[in-house]
Design a protein around this ligand. Structure first.
Ligand code: PLP
Length: 501
């Protein structure tokens, strides 16, 4: 048995001992040096794609002694945009840009320009910002079952899905400490729940209890039931999950939470603006929102399928009590009475204005039409993937489609597609690739181009001897390295690389 296999077995048998051994091994200077060498080699291969701009664009490590001419700055930015725009505009990306039509972007930009000085922290100066945010919350709550709920559904605007999730988990932690005396809080989440939940667990000192998914890649209900303890503060489910685009059995999970009088959070960051319309279009959509009495909070991203500019999301709560546990207030600070609803202090009011403007410009009919186009395109793409004998779609997704292969290295397919401009997402556990279908893919010819490129890539991977480049070695390594700390270190080096001038 080689070292990696031995380490993997140890990690399986005794994760804590494995983590301890890993730490000890990493502290040995020759091991450290060897790891450093390996990280450098791996990242060296990625550097060119992460930092593609050379001397043709001015770069700054310090402030220029004198300000540059504004026209020059704009010209340089326009040049960068022209390089980057064609790829996402032509629909080569998974997710990322959810609307992207030129006319819609021009509208968002006008709204942003009008409101660029607005800051909701100063609601005396910009009461319009408070109006926009209150109305965003109300419109989104009504989309997600507020009408049918027995209780008031309230919430706040945040900067994105991650912040909405962080805020909800912090609210549960503080609520459980205050109301139930829980000082060692635990949150139960399927392994497919977004990384933001794990981040919340780290930031707020909540113990994450990870639940496996079943053969359909949806949270295991019985495992969830068994995992509830006196310290559980919240159960989490996705509608749908980021990796496989599948909706957890929210009704069953939320019922468990209700029986134990604890929180249940639906993460509808991806599905909040698709599922209500999919339901109206007659697609099979299981209940996931506030129509279920056990659902006590929900995150939904206006900056994804809400088609607002990047930087807004909504976190909703059943009842005002939980929302109060999200707020920050202080009465003792020499800077005066201070309060803020979310993590940030000052916030870009222009983004809330653009979000509000988007919601009312698109309206119900606009979202219904967009959803129809997306779901129809996704069905074509899914059928095309299923027709490639070497590939297999995971579960039964509606529009975020993960696929793998039982015969080929799927990461080589991921790399081959990257070579044909496609920016898809690599997944692991199990190894797979996914495409999150957006309005960009509903443009004429995009679905066919995707499927043609995928077929050609699969043929190429089948015929060529194993060669690896790009992301495949990183994903391959991440899948085989038994020590997660090493993978974490590698990712930290990757972030360092992004910040290198
Ligand atoms: C299901 C789900 N939850 C949460 C998030 C996090 O959203 P954000 O990237 O806006 O922080 C995502 C992002 O893709 C997601 O798909």
């Amino acid at each position: 048995m080689d070292f990696m296999k031995l380490a993997a077995r140890l990690r399986h048998l005794n994760p804590r001992l494995a983590a301890w051994l890993e730490k000890q091994a990493q502290a040995i200077p020759p091991v450290q040096a060897k790891l450093e060498e390996q990280y450098t080699d791996l990242l060296h291969d990625l550097e060119a794609s992460v930092k593609p701009y050379g001397a043709e664009f001015a770069s700054f490590t310090r402030l220029p002694a004198k300000g540059r001419a504004k026209d020059e700055i704009i010209a340089e930015m326009e040049a960068l945009c022209e390089i980057e725009k064609p790829r996402w505009q032509a629909g080569y990306a998974s997710g990322a840009v959810y609307h992207g039509d030129a006319e819609h972007i021009a509208f968002l930009n006008r709204v942003y320009a009008l409101n660029s000085q607005s800051n909701p922290l100063h609601s005396d100066l910009w009461p319009s910002a408070a109006k926009y945010e209150a109305e965003i919350v109300s419109m989104v709550a009504h989309l997600l079952g507020a009408e049918a709920a027995q209780d008031e559904i309230c919430g706040t605007v945040s900067s994105g899905g991650t912040e909405s999730i962080l805020l909800a988990m912090k609210a549960y932690r503080d609520w459980a400490r205050d109301r139930k005396g829980i000082t060692q809080p635990e949150m139960i989440m399927p392994v497919t729940a977004h990384a933001a939940f794990e981040k919340a667990a780290q930031y707020f000192n909540i113990k994450p209890i990870r639940i496996p998914v079943d053969q359909t890649y949806r949270a295991d209900v019985e495992a969830t039931r068994r995992a509830v303890t006196r310290n559980t503060i919240v159960i989490v489910g996705s509608a749908p999950s980021f990796p496989h685009g599948l909706i957890d059995p929210i009704e069953a999970l939320a019922t468990i939470a209700r029986q134990h009088q604890i929180g249940f959070h639906t993460d509808a960051c991806l599905g909040g603006f698709i599922l209500p319309f999919a339901e109206r279009l007659g697609y099979p959509v299981p209940p996931f929102d506030f129509r279920l009495p056990g659902v006590t909070s929900l995150s939904v991203d206006t900056h994804k399928y809400g088609y607002a500019a990047k930087g807004t999301s909504v976190v909703l709560y059943r009842g005002t009590t939980l929302r109060h546990y999200q707020y920050y207030t202080t009465a003792d600070w020499p800077g005066g009475l201070y309060f803020s609803p979310t993590l940030a202090g000052s916030r870009p009011g222009a983004l809330s204005a653009a979000c509000w403007a988007t919601l009312i410009a698109i309206g119900e009919q606009g979202y219904l039409d967009a959803t129809k186009k997306i779901l129809e395109t996704a069905a074509t793409i899914r059928a095309g993937i299923e027709a490639i004998p070497e590939l297999r779609v995971l579960g039964d997704p509606l529009w975020a489609i993960a696929f793998t292969s039982d015969t080929l290295d799927i990461y080589r397919v991921l790399d081959g597609m990257a070579g044909r401009q496609w920016s898809l997402n690599g997944l692991h556990k199990p190894t797979a690739v996914h495409l999150c279908v957006t309005l960009r893919h509903t443009q004429p010819g995009v679905a066919d181009r995707f499927l043609d490129d995928l077929k050609a890539t699969v043929t190429h991977v089948k015929e060529q001897p194993a060669t690896q480049s790009g992301l495949a070695p990183i994903y391959g390594l991440a899948a085989t390295i038994p020590f997660r700390g090493m993978v974490s270190d590698l990712l930290k080096r990757y972030i360092d690389l992004l910040y290198r001038v």
